[in-house]
Design a protein around this ligand. Structure first.
Ligand code: SF4
Ligand code: SF4
Length: 352
């Protein structure tokens, strides 16, 4: 009886992975972008990794070209990693240089392994989300270009993950990246009160995570500007709420020090270190220069295998700001919690 749900993995595995299932002993990185896995059977499996466009969006034309390479170099198998890199698994060692050259001809840089920038990831943002305060895919492209050397070379203290989200809902998981770029709204959500009048008790009140929406007479609401954290939850929950956001109000926050892995000091949520930078396409110079400062300070001062958050945990937030040359303002300390033993704001919710 065929299984239900997604197709079975066994039908999509390269033969070398089937032969060595559960028998892998170790792995190493013979060169940037190449991983070698050794099995107890004596087989070695070479994988070549290349960066895909932000949000893993490729045309079928591009995908066919990548699949043609997979047919030619990897036995007809192709993988997209969790960080939106593409992988060619089981490449014969003598053909690795040729595959890397062919990928370069197509504009796909090989890298993103070991102590390097792993491919940037982001949510869909402006591409088709109506809640976005910024364009995380375009920002990740600008960041990737700025850090191309760090993607293609094992030149960092540890792996570096940079992620982007279009708003504080954080679908792009900026909060668990070493460096996160998070879109922020600063306006109050506009309401179309004529539409609200049809509701006896406007249910939009219940979606606000901080209780900022209150009834103001029959079928009317008011929003507490001091409580509103400019999340866009109410904008989507009720037809009477217009989309939040404006060119002057929207922008980007930079969060630093997140990690999902249980290594080093353990998992951690990133903290806000720069609460607002303007949307400035196409290259977001304020965003890229801020990230450059953080990467350079970490590269210069961290120990080997010390992720960004682990480094900050060792030196403290005050020294982090000094070494990164970033200004410390009340907007990044107003989430102070004496129990947390540090003072950078611990979430991306703040009042303007
Ligand atoms: S983080 Fe915000 S902008 Fe990005 S997909 Fe989620 S809701 Fe949309
Ligand atoms: S934007 Fe978010 S915090 Fe502000 S009123 Fe709407 S739901 Fe509440």
């Amino acid at each position: 009886m065929p299984g239900i749900g997604i197709p079975p993995l066994a039908d999509n595995l390269p033969p070398i992975l089937k032969r060595n299932y559960g028998k892998w002993l170790s792995h190493e990185h013979p060169r940037p972008g190449v991983i070698k896995h050794d099995s107890e059977t004596g087989e070695a499996c070479f994988t070549v990794r290349a960066g895909m466009p932000p949000n893993a969006r490729v045309s079928t034309h591009t995908l066919r070209a990548l699949c043609d390479l997979a047919d030619e170099f990897a036995g007809g198998y192709f993988r997209v990693t969790q960080r939106n890199s593409c992988e060619f698994v089981g490449v014969p060692e003598p053909r690795i240089d040729e595959l890397i050259a062919r990928l370069a001809q197509m504009g796909f840089p090989v890298g993103g392994t070991n102590r390097s920038l792993h491919n940037t990831v982001c949510c869909t943002g402006y591409l088709h989300c109506h809640l976005a305060a910024t364009d995380p895919a375009a920002i990740m492209k600008a960041v990737s270009e700025m850090l191309l050397k760090e993607f293609q070379n094992d030149c960092l203290p540890a792996k570096l993950k940079i992620s982007g989200s279009g708003c504080i809902n954080n679908c792009g998981e900026g909060s668990t990246a070493d460096i996160g770029v998070v879109g922020v709204h600063r306006d109050l959500p506009p309401s179309k009160e004529d539409k609200l009048k049809g509701c006896e008790l406007p249910l939009v009140i219940s979606v606000c995570p901080v209780g900022a929406i209150k009834p103001k007479g029959p079928g009317m609401i008011e929003i507490d500007a001091q409580r509103c954290i400019h999340c866009p939850a109410c904008s989507v929950a009720c037809a009477a709420m217009a989309p939040i956001g404006s060119p002057d109000g929207d922008g980007v926050a930079i969060v630093v020090g997140g990690k999902a892995a249980n290594t080093g000091r353990g998992p951690a949520l990133a903290k806000v270190v720069v609460p607002y930078l303007p949307n400035n396409p196409p290259y977001w110079p304020e965003v890229t220069s801020t990230i450059r400062k953080v990467v350079d300070a970490w590269s210069a001062h961290a120990r080997k295998d010390e992720r960004v958050g682990d480094w900050i945990g060792r030196i403290g937030w005050q020294k982090f700001y000094e070494r990164a040359g970033l200004p410390l303002s009340f907007k990044v300390v107003d989430g102070y919690d004496a129990r947390s033993l540090d003072y950078a704001k611990s979430n991306v919710r703040f009042n303007w």
